[in-house]
Design a protein around this ligand. Structure first.
Ligand code: LMR
Length: 396
């Protein structure tokens, strides 16, 4: 049965992570996979997570099954975190969340929902987008198209071209939008641009699918959700995929959620019943531990406050790294490349280097980045900045 299978190339992001681990050079620097790192290159367990985890374990009475939709307290709290507790879509009962194994599980759950009843809407993704969007969405049988998004030369959003493309799409098509901290570019939409997009989606009856995986790591926990909140207040139907990997640092626990918004509470409940059925047929139930931790944090004022402070600290560290890297690159590369990095937000920036130059950086300088030139800002340290800037300058 398997005799005709050929071994596949490594995943562009996870393969890089494995190659970095295998590299024995003392000077190696990981700007690859999107995980937060402190000044010592460590990805710490957050204080609030540790405290919540201890409380969860101390209180746990059973390990029995939870259910295909996961932890309902988590579902309610995560929807409030993304939309704000007073959002009209929430208070009118038009939106519900279903827990998923990470943001990836959420994205796939939503993709499967879009195919229920034999529909096969085209999903329009930004050019470029996160590499794993492609298998997650097309694996459900959806056709993908790309809309213009990123101007490499200026490092900014090609907003007019994006809007023009969205304005020409047929009703019922789906548009995938990065809620904040665009992966891989770090180039985000302003709130005025979100407003224009929301209007086009409404007029053309397009269905937004917002992927929000970095809430809090761009401008702030509330500010980063503004685009998603605006969309949910404007259109009749939407999907929102949420990840708790980065802002709660719960990567390996696999915790996320898919939120579904429809025209009425009844329709949302019907959609949710399909989500439970899809989940049951794939993973049956999501893992409990991470969601129990998040629910504990978000339902406890003190833990929530501490968690918010920790998110602020991660964001502020990345902002100072952006400024310092920008200043160092101004000396070794073009002034344009330097200023772009300072303007972008979140964990990533895409720098204008060729795939071959990215290979050289890895092979000769032990600096790991994906071949599209994406760098993880959190992988930089104040100590390594000059080394990185010089190496990039030598290949750019
Ligand atoms: C990334 O973009 O590097 C992260 O989201 C990790 C992943 O799963 O690709």
């Amino acid at each position: 049965m398997f005799e005709n299978l050929q071994a596949l190339p490594e995943d562009p992001i996870l393969g890089l992570m494995a190659a970095f681990r295998a590299d024995t050079a003392a000077t190696k620097i990981d700007l690859g996979v999107g995980v937060y790192k402190d000044e010592h290159g460590k990805t710490p367990v957050l204080r609030a997570v540790r405290a919540a985890e201890q409380a969860v374990l101390a209180d746990q009475q059973t390990k029995t099954y939870v259910g295909p939709a996961g932890n309902e307290q988590f579902n309610a709290l995560i929807a409030e975190l993304v939309l704000g507790s007073k959002h009209p879509a929430l208070t009118s009962g038009r939106v519900r969340a279903v827990q998923s194994p990470g943001g990836c599980g959420a994205l796939r759950l939503g993709a499967e929902l879009l195919t229920v009843g034999g529909a096969r809407p085209t999903v329009h993704v930004s050019d470029p987008t996160w590499a794993n969007h492609v298998p997650l969405l097309s694996g459900a049988g959806l056709q993908l198209e790309r809309y213009p998004y990123f101007e490499h030369r200026t490092g900014t959003v090609k907003f007019d071209a994006m809007l023009e493309r969205l304005s020409s799409l047929p009703a019922g098509d789906v548009v995938l939008l990065h809620g904040c901290c665009h992966n891989p570019t770090g180039a985000d939409l302003s709130i005025a641009q979100w407003r224009k997009i929301a209007d086009v989606l409404l007029q053309r009856r397009l269905v937004p699918y917002v992927d929000i995986a970095y809430q809090g790591l761009g401008e702030g926990i509330e500010a980063d959700a503004e685009g998603a909140r605006l969309i949910a207040a404007t259109v009749p139907e939407a999907l929102i995929a949420v990840s708790c990997s980065k802002n709660f640092g719960l990567y390996r626990e696999r915790v996320g959620a898919l939120m579904v918004l429809s025209e009425s509470g009844t329709q949302t409940n019907a959609a949710t019943s399909h989500l439970r059925k899809i989940a049951r047929g794939v993973w049956s139930m999501p893992p409990d531990h991470g969601a129990a931790i998040v629910a504990r944090i978000l339902s406890d004022t003190k833990l929530s406050e501490d968690w918010r402070n920790e998110v602020d600290a991660m964001r502020n560290r990345m902002l100072s790294l952006r400024s310092a890297l920008s200043a160092a690159l101004a000396k070794t590369c073009s002034a344009e490349m330097a200023s772009v990095i300072e303007k972008q937000r979140g964990m990533f920036s895409t720098i204008p280097v060729t795939p071959e130059a990215a290979d050289t950086l890895r092979q000769q300088h032990h600096i790991y980045m994906t071949r599209d030139g994406r760098i993880n800002i959190a992988g930089v340290s104040m100590e390594s900045i000059d080394y990185i800037a010089k190496a990039i300058g030598s290949v750019a």
